[in-house]
Design a protein around this ligand. Structure first.
Ligand SMILES: Cc1ncc(COP(=O)(O)O)c(C=O)c1O
Length: 357
């Protein structure tokens, strides 16, 4: 067998620090965070804006939600609110469900995820594969599946001794996770030089945690909250929304009286366009809310000349292959043909709504 050249040996036997700057994590939960920050030099039409993105899909559970899932459970363990015998109950079939399934499995905690028939099937499979029990509500309560899921959560909490509800929509450990991790990593990497930060909102945990860190550290960064048209956050009017993870149908307790420097509302089609444009220009598959965030930056790009902008991209496009990246779904669910989407990808950013806040 041929012996290795010095260069090959250097590569193969380098310590992780010499090789990549990454440490070896002691268990999967230690691998949460330190996600890549990547310059997107091609996405915008204007070359006068420096755009960097934080790829939260690189978390081991595949999204930014790994961080609050870990923080909420870790804090509850530390405070003695849960023990090894507790059952965790949460209403989620999305990224939070996956993040919680990961952290609960690692700690050997039982998890029940309450979902409804609209849940994304692939997410439910992932949650199950990580050992959680799925509790499906089949009938809406007064026409509302969210109300039915909440009722089931309350019923489970009442009947299961030692049960615990993390409740990301009211738990201050949710924003804390982003204050301690997401934005600190961005701020350190860019040495505090961030003029604008673009963040998708639902519970508003990510945006709040980032804003609070930036204010505490005296940064002048303008925080742009990106919400969905049809979301009731920040006084919005309710309407149909098809992109999961972006916006809210009911105002979460965490979101009450929250203010950000700017507010942009995107349509479902903006999200689809952003995802396809990111794949086309940057060779990165991003999730629906991330597409909306990038289109928000593009809609403001001529006001951002000379500015350093960062966009937090919550998850990966691999979970949206049957929706955002499926022509038929886009056509039947959003009423947009493949030609219209192509025109939008190659044309100017159009319909994002900017609301002074
Ligand atoms: C894909 C995606 N984007 C954005 C968000 C919004 O994050 P936050 O709840 O911190 O406002 C979520 C939250 O679930 C999400 O799953």
């Amino acid at each position: 067998m041929r012996s290795l050249t010095i260069e090959e040996k250097k590569f193969r036997f380098a310590t992780p620090t010499e090789n990549s700057g990454h440490k070896i994590s002691n268990g999967i939960l230690e691998a949460i965070g330190q996600t890549p920050i990547v310059k997107f030099n091609r996405y915008l039409d204007s070359k006068q804006v420096q755009l960097s993105v934080k790829l939260e899909s690189a978390n081991p559970g595949g999204s930014a939600k790994d961080r609050p899932a870990f923080q909420m459970i870790q804090q509850a363990l530390a405070q003695g609110e849960i023990t090894k015998d507790s059952t965790i109950v949460e209403s989620s079939s999305g990224n939070m469900g996956i993040g919680l399934a990961q952290v609960c499995r690692y700690h050997g905690l039982k998890l029940i995820c309450v979902v409804d028939p609209n849940a994304q099937k692939q997410n439910v499979k992932i949650i199950k594969a990580l050992g959680a029990r799925i509790e499906m509500v089949t009938e809406p309560l007064e026409g509302d599946f969210l109300a039915a899921r909440m009722a089931r959560v309350c019923q489970l909490l009442e009947t299961i001794p030692g049960s615990f509800w993390p409740n990301q929509y009211a738990n201050c450990q949710n924003p804390k996770a982003h204050e301690l991790g997401t934005i600190r990593e961005i701020d350190e990497a860019l040495a505090g030089e961030i003029d604008y930060l673009f963040v998708a909102t639902s519970s508003t945990g990510t945006a709040q945690g980032c804003r609070d860190y930036l204010r505490t550290h005296g940064r002048k960064t303008q925080v742009v909250a990106v919400d969905a048209q049809g979301s009731v956050l920040f006084g919005g009017k309710p309407g149909m929304r098809k992109i999961p993870g972006l916006g809210a149908g009911r105002e979460p307790r965490l979101a009450r009286n929250q203010n950000f420097d700017h507010l942009v509302r995107v349509t479902d089609i903006d999200c689809v366009v952003g995802c396809h444009r990111a794949a086309q220009c940057e060779a990165v598959l991003i999730g629906g809310s991330a597409g909306g965030v990038l289109e928000s930056v593009r809609s403001m790009q001529y006001d951002l000349s000379g500015k350093s902008c960062v966009a937090i991209l919550h998850d990966s496009g691999t979970r949206y292959l049957d929706t955002v990246f499926n022509e038929e779904w886009v056509s039947t669910s959003l009423g947009a043909s493949a030609e219209e989407i192509t025109q939008r990808i190659n044309g100017p950013a159009l319909s994002t709504e900017r609301i002074p806040s």
